[in-house]
Design a binder for this molecule. Structure first.
Ligand SMILES: *[C@@H]1O[C@H](CO)[C@@H](O)[C@H](O)[C@H]1NC(C)=O
Ligand SMILES: *[C@@H]1O[C@H](CO)[C@@H](O)[C@H](O)[C@H]1NC(C)=O
Length: 189
């Protein structure tokens, strides 16, 4: 081994020791203010309409898995719809776009129609542009009002928590296109 090689060997050895001991540092405390957690929490109320258009040439919500035929139910058990639904200020699809709902719903009830809703709401309006909240919950669609959990968020919604209150605005019984009013209450910084 030449002297140069020897130093190279020592350097590599020291370097690998460093990365090994460095593993101890993968978690550690951090000052709250660095994450803006020293600011007071706000509660925001958002109201908008969610358009589940399943019919026509440009559906925003598409069945990707049909209901299973392994159980005899009338609840569409097993169905999965993938969606990229517009969120608008008013109930008309043509009213101002405030964001999009991207995710899916899956029919998980064998006795009544219950949907598992898993969606990211990404907003496009002003200071909320690009920020998102994540919604997860159980939606018994024939109940008058339903609640879904807001389990987190990004951008201005980092560390968010809250819930969404759902009320069906209209359902076209022929096409099954639905418009649902969402009132979302979110605690965030
Ligand atoms: C499914 O259930 C309905 C109502 O309970 C019954 O009338 C029908 O015969 C059942 N079908 C099958 C394939 O078991
Ligand atoms: C929102 O952000 C996107 C991408 O950063 C940008 O193209 C768009 O113009 C922004 N919209 C508004 C209303 O600020």
């Amino acid at each position: 081994m030449t002297t140069t090689n020897f130093f190279l060997f020592i350097t590599i050895l020291l370097h690998s020791c460093h990365t090994l001991t460095g593993a101890e540092d993968f978690v550690g405390p951090i000052d709250r203010s660095l994450l803006q957690l020293d600011k007071e929490e706000k509660v925001s109320h958002f109201k908008f309409y969610w358009h589940d258009t399943v019919s026509g040439k440009n559906p925003s919500s598409v069945q990707v898995i049909p209901p299973t035929n392994k159980v005899n139910t009338t609840t569409f058990f097993g169905l999965v719809n993938m969606l990229d639904n517009p969120l608008t200020l008013g109930p008309a699809l043509s009213s101002k776009l405030v964001g999009r709902a991207q995710g899916f719903y899956a029919s998980t009830g064998q006795i009544e129609v219950d949907l598992l809703m898993a969606m990211n709401f990404v907003f496009v309006d002003e200071k909320y542009n690009g920020s998102s909240i994540t919604i997860l919950g159980r939606n018994p669609i024939f109940s008058k009002t339903r609640e879904l959990a807001v389990i987190g968020g990004t951008g201005v919604f980092r560390f968010a928590r809250g819930y969404a209150h759902l009320k069906t605005y209209s359902v076209d019984l022929k096409t099954l296109d639905a418009i649902v009013e969402y009132n979302v209450y979110v605690i965030h910084y």
